[in-house]
Design a protein around this ligand. Sequence first.
Ligand SMILES: *[C@@H]1O[C@H](CO)[C@@H](O)[C@H](O)[C@H]1NC(C)=O
Ligand SMILES: *[C@@H]1O[C@H](CO)[C@@H](O)[C@H](O)[C@H]1NC(C)=O
Ligand SMILES: *[C@@H]1O[C@H](CO)[C@@H](O)[C@H](O)[C@H]1NC(C)=O
Ligand SMILES: *[C@@H]1O[C@H](CO)[C@@H](O)[C@H](O)[C@H]1NC(C)=O
Ligand SMILES: *[C@@H]1O[C@H](CO)[C@@H](O)[C@H](O)[C@H]1NC(C)=O
Length: 492
Amino acid sequence: MSGFSFSLFALMSLGLVGVVVCGNFSRDDFPSGFSFGASSSAYQTEGAANEDGRTPSIWDTFTHAGYVKGATGDRASDGYHKYKEDVQLMAETGLDAYRFTISWSRLIPNGRGPINPKGLQYYNNLINELISHGIQPHVALHHFDLPEILEDEYGGWVSRKIIKDFTEYANVCFREFGDRVKHWTTISEANAFSLSGYDWGVTPPRRCSYPYGNCSRGDSTTEAYIAAHHILLSHASAYRLYEKNYKDKQHGFVGITIIAHAFVPLTDSKEDEIATKRANEFFIGWFLHPLTFGDYLPLMKKSAGSKIPAFTVQESESVTGSLNFLGLNYYFAVNIKHIPRTLPPEKRDVKADIGIQLLATKNITSQFEYPITPWYLAEILEYVKQHYYNPLIYIYENGQKTRHNSTLEDWPRIEYLHAHIGTILDSIRNGSNVKGYFTWSFLDCFELIDGYESSYGLYYVDFDDPELRRQPKLSAYWYSHFLKRKGITMDI
Ligand SMILES: *[C@@H]1O[C@H](CO)[C@@H](O)[C@H](O)[C@H]1NC(C)=O
Ligand SMILES: *[C@@H]1O[C@H](CO)[C@@H](O)[C@H](O)[C@H]1NC(C)=O
Ligand SMILES: *[C@@H]1O[C@H](CO)[C@@H](O)[C@H](O)[C@H]1NC(C)=O
Ligand SMILES: *[C@@H]1O[C@H](CO)[C@@H](O)[C@H](O)[C@H]1NC(C)=O
Ligand SMILES: *[C@@H]1O[C@H](CO)[C@@H](O)[C@H](O)[C@H]1NC(C)=O
């Protein structure tokens, strides 16, 4: 369904009462050039998993083995066929920008070599549709979805061979789409992908070892470090390629995206407080320290010892400063408990190296929706500002989870978005260099952990409907009013 009007009548027909002029900030308070948008990812939204020449990614393999409550992204929100309708909705909502990701195995089905003309055409169509509606495309190249063929051939990110293949894939994207795409993220949630895929083994490619996880292959004591190292080298290689061959002509920007959880000490003991500091340094510094200073954090090198791969002088030079912007995703807070480091490094996984245990906060375990804790996002932005020379930042994901089948009147989402957007404004006023905010997600889609049980969309997708009809939730109206400077926010 496309087409909805922003009349008070429409709002009231949704049963909304209490629309008032309030809210202590408006879009005009943000610096000019600030982009507001929404996000999606290929596997979670496109569907058409076996169509037009696409081959499986590690995420297809993961879901088909039943690890996401039996759900898969085979059809997802069918963005592959419905992109025109979706871009129309984005334009009506008033988005400045849209963050989507490219499915590597749709564009280059063998991982390297021939380009799939149908895949190329799909991304060209999507980009052109966005541009013709005045919406800037922000594109990520890898979002947990390496082509399975490269995983099978050499173990994917645990092999150095990935650097060459990733760089060539990036080259194809820059060459084919870079005339229109100006914001490139190489790897989405690089730190989460390394940890949950190679230490805990709870996301693709599901590599880990006992007692840290239950996988059929992998090594939790080393592989997260190795995968992260190859991610950094691949990122830097793509960045340098862009700088050398494309930057002068295309004038775009290349960055990497990490997730920042807010870490909160479990108790007020000194030990938990110090462990929380270590966790913060580690989760952000793992990637940002080498990207800023050319080497891993001293803290990490000390605790992981020889398990941390070393950069050669040349690699260090390539990695240092290979960042036009940092993508930062933020959702919720996690409690940190100090764990003494009794095992030797060769028997420890990453958490054990840091000397921590991560625990869901009581808040998270006791309610379905995320607790609304925007002040932690402000602390993270302040931390990055102070420790890493205040980089340019795009918030590429931030959003509220609700049960998928619950009401269209998604007040918890409105409250969440309002609180976080307001906090970002406060941080900008205090000197943080945030240039854009993208809420996850534009549409309901296939979720990494919950499949179709929870959703984050501004638009509801009825997954039982053969047409996969889209319907605006109240949050879509709220965001749209905010973006269109209608001068109202909901009374929250
Ligand atoms: C909005 O009001 C809240 C609560 O009074 C305050 O904490 C916040 O800093 C204000 N934000 C802006 C951007 O004025
Ligand atoms: C480990 O995974 C296997 C296969 O998925 C399962 O049968 C087994 O129960 C799991 N073991 C534990 C301790 O979770
Ligand atoms: C839990 O959430 C509420 C708001 O939803 C907040 O006031 C409180 O500080 C949160 N607690 C923690 C530990 O984050
Ligand atoms: C939504 O799903 C949950 C869990 O499956 C169920 O308990 C609940 O009754 C459902 N709600 C609606 C409105 O269908
Ligand atoms: C604002 O920035 C200054 C300078 O970086 C810092 O000292 C202060 O703690 C920041 N305020 C907040 C609320 O983060």
